[in-house]
Design a protein around this ligand. Sequence first.
Ligand SMILES: Cc1cc2nc3c(=O)[nH]c(=O)nc-3n(C[C@H](O)[C@H](O)[C@H](O)COP(=O)(O)OP(=O)(O)OC[C@H]3O[C@@H](n4cnc5c(N)ncnc54)[C@H](O)[C@@H]3O)c2cc1C
Length: 678
Amino acid sequence: MAERWDVVVVGGGHAGCEAALAAARMGRRTLLLTGDLNSIARLSCNPSMGGPAKGHLVREIAALGGAMAHVTDRTAIQVRLLNSGKGPAVQALRAQLDKDLYPATMRDVLSAQAGLELRSAMVTGLLLDADLEAPAGGRVAGVVTANGEHVKARSVVVTTGTFLNGRMIAGERITPGGRVGEAPAEGLSAQFAAAGLRLGRLKTGTPPRVEARSIDFGRTQVQPGSRVPLWFSFEPPAAETWRVDRPAPWFPEVVTDGWRVQMPCYLVRTNGATHAAIRANLHRAPMFNGLIEGTGPRYCPSIEDKIVRFAEKDAHPLFLEPEGFTTSSVYVQGANTSLPEHVQDAMLRTIPALAAVEVLRYGYAVEYDFVPPDQTTSWLECKRLPGLFLAGQINGTSGYEEAAGQGLIAGINAALAGGRPGGSGPVPLNGARANGAAAALETTSSTAATLDRLTASNRLVLPRDLAYIGVMTDDLTTTEHREPYRLHTSRAEYRLLLRQDTAHFRLTPIGYRLGLIGREVHERTERQRDQVATVLKQVRSKGLGAAPELNARLRVAGLPPVTKSTMALAYLRRPEVGAVALAALGWDDVPDEVADHVLTEIKYEGFIARQAQAVARTRQLEHHRIPDRVDYQVLRGLRTEAQEKLSRFRPATVGQAARIAGVTPADISVLLVHLHAS
Ligand SMILES: Cc1cc2nc3c(=O)[nH]c(=O)nc-3n(C[C@H](O)[C@H](O)[C@H](O)COP(=O)(O)OP(=O)(O)OC[C@H]3O[C@@H](n4cnc5c(N)ncnc54)[C@H](O)[C@@H]3O)c2cc1C
């Protein structure tokens, strides 16, 4: 007899890990099936996490109860704050990771999760509900493994990354595979196609890894980590859980006496000779000689692509990134390539620091099938195959963080759909409280509206004004994608509302409601929200006089004096005044993160209020639901293009419909008239 689970997750990459953890933490009996248990959460490409938009995603995953931030904090070899000189909306954390410790730690987290079983198996097909079994569709009822086992499930989450019909390409050599050393996934693509799903083909690439002992580090520019502690998690993991090793002796400028052991990265640049070596071999580059058919990521081009597209540039930066505390392997960031091996040797050796470099693993490209996500709902369920959820690179995205964010949403929705009657359900809602400053109020009301919709529909859809994860799932499911999708801060309209420091205020009430966040963490978040609101209220009513004691305190803190009576609010708005001023002005028991948050709210109040107003204006459209039964083909007044696009994307709300390329404001008016009339 076939086994029966609530949720089966296929693939143990970054999407699969978050999906499986979320479903199990929500009380669902969950099985994770993956090709090789030793490759769970493997960092297929760069050994790093975060950066602009991606760092925001990791914080949001933490705020909702995911594991990526926690594991990153425990296994980082370096942490930095990028864009620290720019506005708070674009500041972003980035960590270098130990490429062995990260997967090992994630696997420990999964293994320790009650209700979750991990098993090594390749999935070759889907089981369709016996009653509905038909080539054109049906509800997904489980999976079939390569050795013929039938595993039944109420929901299935497929997160197979770059493995669907994967083939790896280096120079003239093409081998089947999902990534180096791992076989491709066969069977699933054919079944998707048989069920009427469109498939597309994409490619991505990875650079060479080189031997640290063959690098002349004296000819590189050192890039150190942050001197002050920085965390992706809202509560840093206990120091005894950090997986720190004594760093290997080959790397200079390692810091062992700071807040954590940190290894630097090293910057070098390509030059005319590098470019000449590449140009002379372009006919051998698979992406130029026709061997590669799939489209690659525009924002992460191969080195050969950069040389062609930016022919006027005489140098490109390359970052030499250690891959861990104890390995001598170094990742050459910026040098993605699928050129033949001897060309990779030649091009690297034109760089003075790499004149004698030894390559440990050559760069290669991988080409794979994806399921264009306009065939998926905003809660990541496949429209043609209900019960099937898709997340990660299979949806045409690129990057660990994008995959993990989708995995979390797909896992949550699979759990909501795959609950057993009488099974352990989500923790009851404690309520998202509305208080505090205008922006905090705005985001809280968006959180509350999302919780209301969750209660009404038993589905989690994060709106664009609430989370970068929401921006990503909305982009994926309402627009056409012909190249790998990557999240950027510029994709969000409400960047100031989606800052890294507000992720827990926006999302932790939702994680708590779903049972992904414990009561203690939820209450701590609410206490902090209250603290921000209280300090803001006090700041608004406090006046400052030019008192000598106050000016003495300001001088000690390196701040300008108060020369005439003014309001604390006006003083704190001055560009040269930072968060330390709050302590000097009397709020000396306020934690740093609260002080930073208060100061951002004060300095950007006008901009934040404007974004909040824009959210309120569009909210009506965003919340105006479109019933599933609408037949756009017979809707009089719609242009043919709009009929075609709306039928294809089947938006859940009028807001989503308005964002579909090819749907005009006039089409939306027609749609609204129809919705009001019906
Ligand atoms: C060569 C290469 C280069 C890359 N370059 C970049 C880059 O430059 N920038 C970037 O942002 N991202 C890059 N990536 C992508 C990055 O690795 C992915 O975006 C990310 O890992 C996707 O996560 P995922 O969970 O969707 O899939 P993956 O991390 O790929 O995990 C998929 C998992 O599914 C398992 N699996 C697959 N098929 C089956 C099956 N049928 N049955 C059971 N298990 C299965 C696999 O064993 C694997 O564990 C690259 C990936 C590769 C392979």
